[in-house]
Design a protein around this ligand. Structure first.
Ligand code: HEM
Length: 230
């Protein structure tokens, strides 16, 4: 059974490789460039959505905007969709005869002659997103702490994608597209600030005088009586 599967996978890989080599010889005009630009924008919007859902999941609100189980499923689904769109965005460049991207330019930072730094930023963002998405399935092996640390990387990946798309994209000149970058940056920055604020607030429960403070908690009683005598 396993043997049949690996033979199928090998056959699919060889088929894809041969078709790519054949298709690379053809001239598709500007079509690959248009497809790459549109899929890049879709990937960026999806990535922002995934980051927003991740922030909503990790911000402990008594009345969550989206039910946690649904938010988690959506978060994982959108992350996979984002990677698929990044695959299309970068992969289709193999068929663009103007930019001259080969496998090395797509996979390795600084291999491209076309805006090397900005393209490298995109390549690094793509690899880090592959690692973060793969970690959904590796959580059991790497443990929750390492998983959470790796997940923090998604903010850096999102920021790299923002810089890459905004600075390298032809479509940034379109007001609607630049509005997408500005709005997404405002939403992520706002949610991140709220989350940091809510975390640091919840770290100091002992010093907070709460009406629900239990009668058995000496520290709470002492703080309550101090507050009352102030
Ligand atoms: C393998 C990695 C990547 C490569 C080789 C790559 C390559 C490129 C290139 C060459 C452009 C310029 C297209 C133009 O002429 O306008 C571009 C633009 C763009 N890329 Fe990437 N990119 C990569 C990863 C990413 C990632 C991870 C994202 C975000 C999730 C992304 C989102 C965008 C966006 C939004 C644009 C702007 C599209 C436009 O306005 O025309 N890219 N990318």
């Amino acid at each position: 059974m396993n043997r049949t599967r690996s033979t199928d996978a090998l056959a699919a890989f060889i088929g894809a490789l041969v078709s790519t080599l054949i298709l690379r010889g053809l001239d598709f005009g500007h079509a690959p460039w248009y497809i790459s630009r549109s899929s890049g924008l879709v990937a960026y919007v999806l990535l922002t959505l995934s980051v927003v859902l991740g922030l909503l999941l990790s911000t402990r609100s008594p009345r969550p905007l989206v039910p946690r189980a649904l938010a988690f499923d959506l978060h994982r689904f959108i992350s996979i969709l984002t990677l698929t769109m990044i695959g299309v965005h970068a992969g289709i460049l193999l068929f663009d005869n103007y930019l001259g991207f080969g496998p090395a330019e797509i996979l390795l930072p600084f291999a491209s002659d076309s805006e090397p730094l900005l393209t490298a930023v995109g390549v690094v963002a793509a690899w880090s997103l592959v690692a973060i998405t793969a970690s959904f399935w590796l959580r059991r092996h790497i443990g929750p702490r390492a998983w959470r640390r790796l997940h923090y990387l998604s903010f850096a990946s999102w920021l790299l994608s923002l810089v890459h798309g905004f600075a390298q994209g032809t479509d940034t000149a379109i007001p609607f597209v630049s509005a997408i970058y500005i709005l997404s940056a405002a939403i992520v920055a706002g949610l991140l600030t709220y989350r940091i604020g809510s975390r640091s607030g919840s770290r100091t429960p002992a010093t907070t005088v709460s009406p629900q403070a239990g009668p058995g908690n000496r520290e709470s009683r002492r703080l309550a009586s101090r507050a009352a005598s102030d």
